[in-house]
Design a protein around this ligand. Structure first.
Ligand SMILES: Cc1cc2nc3c(=O)[nH]c(=O)nc-3n(C[C@H](O)[C@H](O)[C@H](O)COP(=O)(O)OP(=O)(O)OC[C@H]3O[C@@H](n4cnc5c(N)ncnc54)[C@H](O)[C@@H]3O)c2cc1C
Length: 398
């Protein structure tokens, strides 16, 4: 079987990329090891994705946004950051300058997956090969061969790997990646609570633990707890009643009593940045290129942006009748996506490292950093614009 492009990995980034190629006339195969039912209707995985305004526009553009039920989208009106036992908070609130404009929107990851799946498979250009892995990829200047786990092989002009932050295909292509293991595990679940959240997200860098609540519709939130692995094992072993009491106590009853209303899911915290985003007739998108620490909620937002950047370059090349996998097309994608992601990647890692450092000097620095940040308007404006994903256009929002 021959395709113009083979995408390895039908996660949110791989499928968004395929959907971004709508109207190009290029044939695209998306290969995922999950079965067709799990791709079409993925189960809840605990993640609530904070989407920027730019991501919302990109999801609309690829026909995915309207496939998300309106009642499953919640607005995030503002965010605040707390440190340790201090009552001091830094607030990111665009409402004073831009009334009615939320900071972002929250959508469960499995619903995003479903929406981008449906948008991609609705395209005549896209073929989904489910329940089979990409085992190996061979590329030359003239073309690529993709070997599947069921002994079939596909040929293509370009292979795009979107096979998680631990990308096996990236490694096999000899592309090194910098990995930063934070030695922590993140638990995510949904909770109901007594008090209203007023659609404000809270990130609390407490000592020995980090917690966040992301406002969902009604008196419910996504609860995010970060702990060292051994402590997390104990939390995961708790029955529901004990867990409810534990998280209510940990969160100092800020939202009153909390009650688990979903399954609990854990993720190891490892940030990854590929040294290159492409090889010969080979490109990386999504977490395989840039795997963010979730604390600044940029992973999928960047995945979507990268998918759009690469698809734009490919469509332009196809329109001009030049090679869609030329070094120029792939190099331009790499440059643009690196510029868009690297500063935030580095700043996110520095923040995450500082706020898990329990030594006394670090505790003092994080308090000072937060207070300085709070009184320096450009800092707040920059973070707010970043959160909203609209760059300079809303730099005066905060
Ligand atoms: C707790 C948590 C909270 C997060 N919150 C946010 C947030 O608020 N905002 C945000 O923007 N991002 C957030 N993220 C990040 C976001 O979830 C990821 O960036 C996104 O899921 C990455 O998508 P992906 O398609 O690159 O990879 P994945 O979701 O990892 O999908 C990869 C796919 O590739 C398939 N695959 C792997 N290997 C092969 C192979 N060899 N052959 C075939 N198929 C293969 C897998 O089956 C899978 O379907 C969060 C992440 C976590 C862990």
């Amino acid at each position: 079987m021959h395709f113009d492009i083979v995408v390895a990995g039908g996660g949110p980034a791989g499928l968004s990329f395929a959907a971004s190629l709508g109207g190009s006339g290029l044939s695209v195969a998306v290969v995922d090891k999950l079965d067709a039912t799990s791709l079409a209707d993925p189960p809840f995985d605990g993640r609530e994705i904070a989407l920027t305004h730019l991501s919302l526009a990109l999801l609309k553009e690829i026909g995915a946004w309207d496939r998300i039920p309106a009642g499953d989208i919640s607005e995030m009106h503002a965010a605040r950051v707390l440190n340790g036992a201090s009552t001091f908070a830094v607030n990111f609130d665009p409402r004073r300058r831009r009334p009615g404009t939320p900071l972002g929107h929250l959508v469960a990851n499995h619903l995003i997956r479903r929406a981008v799946h449906d948008a991609a498979v609705a395209l005549p250009e896209v073929t989904l090969l489910a329940g089979v892995s990409v085992a190996r990829v061979e590329t030359t200047a003239r073309g690529a061969t993709v070997h599947l786990s069921d002994d079939r092989s596909l040929t293509a002009r370009l292979v795009v790997a979107a096979d998680t932050r631990f990308s096996e295909l990236r490694r096999r292509q000899g592309i090194p990646a910098k990995m930063l293991d934070f030695g922590r595990v993140m638990l995510v679940c949904r909770v109901a609570h007594e008090r209203a959240h007023s659609h404000i997200a809270t990130e609390w860098f407490d000592y020995g633990q980090t917690m966040a609540t992301l406002p969902l519709n009604g008196n419910a939130s996504s609860f995010v707890l970060t702990l060292p692995a051994r402590q997390m094992d104990e939390v995961m072993a708790m029955d529901t009643e004990t867990f409810d009491a534990d998280i209510t106590r940990r969160y100092r009853r800020r939202l009153g009593a909390m009650h688990l209303v979903s399954s609990r899911h854990t993720y190891p915290l490892v940030a990854v940045y590929a040294q290159r985003f492409h090889g010969t007739r080979f490109a990386l998108v999504g977490d395989a290129a840039v795997g963010m620490h979730p604390v600044t909620a940029h992973g999928f937002n960047f995945g979507l942006l990268g998918a759009n950047t690469l698809a734009r370059g490919i469509k332009d090349a196809a329109r001009r009748g030049v090679d869609i996998a030329s070094q120029t097309v792939l190099h331009d994608y790499e440059q643009e996506h690196r510029r868009a992601t690297l500063p935030t990647y580095l700043a996110t890692n520095a923040t995450a490292r500082l706020y898990v450092d329990e030594r006394r000097p670090a505790r003092m620095v994080r308090d000072v950093a937060l207070r300085v940040g709070a009184v320096v308007p450009p800092f707040r404006q920059m973070i707010t614009a970043r959160l909203m994903g609209t760059g300079r256009r809303v730099a005066d929002a905060a």
